[in-house]
Ligand binder design. Structure first.
Ligand SMILES: [Zn+2]
Length: 468
């Protein structure tokens, strides 16, 4: 009974917030409902006909759960999904309150939750989650969580609390060694297609290009068991690759869901998806960057564990349309802009890599240091902006910390003459698009609150981003 009141109160507050134009009502209705009935989340979620699945990890949660949603829609399943990063317990509750009827009844096959690492133990203590997929574990900004170890423990606690099946990234040693006692399904990249001439990145010094992408950033690349250094036979980025501990023999588990012959270009990625039963499907993913291949593999593995056929997974991945600010392409003043949110060193390095390998790419980086961005911008020094050193064209930097970003680019080897500093994001976007030639794309890399500012600016000019 109290659940019904909780749902009604939540729904009323959500309507009030929307009517007052105070935003998308992503958290407060959840807070109110939970105050009235602390079990409201459990009582709604438990009604989903086939259960609850979740995605957690440092980077790629939104894109991965978006890809899962696309696959489940392809499978004609009805889902409830907390989109756009309302990934704390209040946001997840608000999503369910919004999705259920006034009576509190939920009509859905699955609940699909993107869950913040720190919120996972709490959500898992309230809701039975059948499968939890983990994308990767990178050091987030220093002022957000403590150690990587702490994050790994939070996720482990979540998986154990609800005795979920775990879908884990075999190529990330921080993830692959988790929950050895649980039921685990691994995904990983088996092989990368060699670069051909037409894909050659627009770098000044071609001799610097390796056939296999390799990032210099040494996130945690020492053994999680004994601390010795990992040896890599293949390394994709950060600590992700085919690793083996030089001392204790800890090794990458053999993935059951894998990507072969991965080819990444500025516009899309292609690979052969191999399922545990040996079925193969060629996937054309409309997203750039190796990091998105991992997101797609994570989504594919999660859906496989839910019994979705490989063909349906292939179609769902190919028909994916991007989320707000996640590799989202827009047309502005007849110019092409690709927006990729950056929020930590590993994610920024991957976005920069994708931009740097686009021969027709030009770059705008917008950095704020508001609370939601992280107040400490020292993380910029851990991201590999050095990849931009040989790139052509001018770089525009913007946001509250544009000057820090300009200094970072100078130290990364970008000539000072090629850096345009424009604090106003609105002016910066116009300047950067003015500089674009025919066939060129502006890679716009904003931190979170810059992305929100960008949304307002574009909306005022009649351009709509997804999720608005
Ligand atoms: Zn070891």
């Amino acid at each position: 009974m109290s659940s019904t009141f909780a749902v009604i109160a939540g729904k009323l507050s959500a309507s009030a917030i929307r009517i007052a134009g105070m935003g998308l009502a992503t958290n407060l209705p959840g807070k109110i409902s939970r105050k009235i009935s602390p079990t409201v989340l459990a009582s709604i979620a438990s009604q989903s006909r086939r259960g609850v699945v979740a995605v957690s990890g440092t980077n790629g949660k939104s894109t991965t759960s978006g890809l899962v949603a696309s696959i489940l829609r392809e499978a004609k399943l009805k889902i409830v999904h907390n989109r756009q990063g309302a990934n704390l317990v209040t946001g997840i509750t608000a999503t369910l309150v919004d999705a259920c009827a006034w009576s509190g009844q939920l009509d859905a096959d699955y609940c699909l939750f993107e869950i913040d690492e720190a919120a996972l133990p709490l959500v898992a203590s309230e809701v039975k989650i059948s499968t939890i997929a983990v994308t990767n574990l990178f050091r987030d900004q220093l002022d957000r969580f403590g150690e990587l170890d702490t994050t790994a423990k939070l996720i482990t606690k979540g998986i154990k609390a609800t005795q979920s099946k775990a879908v884990l990234n075999a190529d990330d040693p921080n993830v692959a060694q988790m929950v050895p006692d649980c039921d685990r399904l691994f995904y990983g990249v088996a092989s990368v297609a060699p670069l051909t001439c037409e894909d050659e990145p627009a770098k000044a010094s071609e001799s610097e290009q390796d056939e296999i992408p390799e990032a210099g950033i040494a996130e945690l690349s020492s053994c999680t068991a004994c601390g010795a250094e990992y040896l890599y036979s293949l390394r994709f980025y950060g600590q992700l690759g085919h690793y083996r501990c030089s001392a204790c023999g800890q090794t990458r588990p053999e993935p059951q869901v894998l990507a072969e012959n991965v080819k990444v270009t500025a516009a899309k990625s292609t690979f052969t998806l191999v399922s545990p039963d040996g079925e193969r499907a060629d996937v054309e993913l409309p997203l750039p960057g190796m990091f998105n291949v991992y997101n797609a593999l994570c989504a594919a593995a999660l859906c496989h564990s839910m019994g979705i056929p490989t063909r349906t997974i292939q179609q769902g991945l190919s028909s994916y349309s991007t989320l707000f600010g996640r590799s989202e392409r827009i047309l502005y003043r007849n110019k092409s802009i690709l927006i990729q949110l950056i929020k930590n060193p590993a994610g920024a390095s991957q976005a920069v890599r994708a931009a740097a390998t686009d021969p027709n790419g030009r770059i705008l980086i917008a950095i704020n240091d508001n609370y939601a961005d992280g107040r400490d911008v020292s993380w910029l020094w851990d991201a590999e902006f050095e990849q931009l050193a040989g790139c052509k064209g001018q770089f525009v930097v913007s946001g509250l910390r544009c000057h820090d970003m300009a200094i970072r680019l100078k130290y990364a080897g970008v000539a000072a003459d090629n850096i345009i500093v424009e604090p106003s994001l609105e002016v910066a976007v116009d300047k950067a698009t003015d500089l674009l030639g025919d066939g060129q794309t502006l890679w716009l890399l904003p931190t979170y609150t810059c992305l929100l500012d960008l949304q307002k600016i574009l909306k005022s000019k009649g351009v709509t981003l997804s999720g608005t």
